[in-house]
Design a binder for this molecule. Sequence first.
Ligand code: PGA
Length: 242
Amino acid sequence: MMGEHLYIFGNWKMAQDLAAARSFVQSWSEPASELVTAAIFPSDLHCAELVKLSANSSLKVGAQNCSNENSGAFTGEVSAAMLKEVGLSHVLVGHSERRARFKESSDWLGQKVDRALSAGLVPVFCIGETKDQRESGQLEKVLDEQISALSENAKQAVIVAYEPVWAIGTGLVPKLEEISQAHGLIQKRLPGRPILYGGSVKPENSKEILALPEVSGLLIGGASLSPESFSKIYRFALESCR
Ligand code: PGA
């Protein structure tokens, strides 16, 4: 991992209320590092306040989604520019919960990534296969299709999060060699882009996953809600960069 930048990202989904979010950020006292980026992805409603609260800390703040439109009559939507305006640095695009529940199409996801880049946000493009797709030998095909949503410009600029759908929130984690293999397939298509692993990451398994040469960081759901476990994982990342 020597010399490579690592990313430790916490996807808070709809799981944290404002009081818990504030207290997480206020208790965060980990040192900043040029080699590791730590970011939380809270509810949009909490973002502006958390940006202020984390201003002097090593935490960055990102959003969980953005609109594929710039501005206009899109009730309920939040544009990438609005996210940037309140000081966010990153935005997740294409998380599997959004793909499945909100039927986000590839076209939309490609547009969202482009909007994020134009607004000056770093898009974290989430991809991954379902259990059925893996078991029927379609891993490579699915990853290909998902990556094909990206514009040529986006292919040079995204962070990718590989999150097998069957590993998210289930406690199931692919074997280390399966993570390496999937990351290798993505690397071939997006050379030089950082690829994070996500899906049931905990302090207990984070060290070995971070040690894989194909892994540039972690996107963590459940275990990112506790400052203790998120700090532990961040510290493993700091250690593995030394
Ligand atoms: P999990 O979620 O760590 O709770 O499995 C990961 C994610 O959905 O990004």
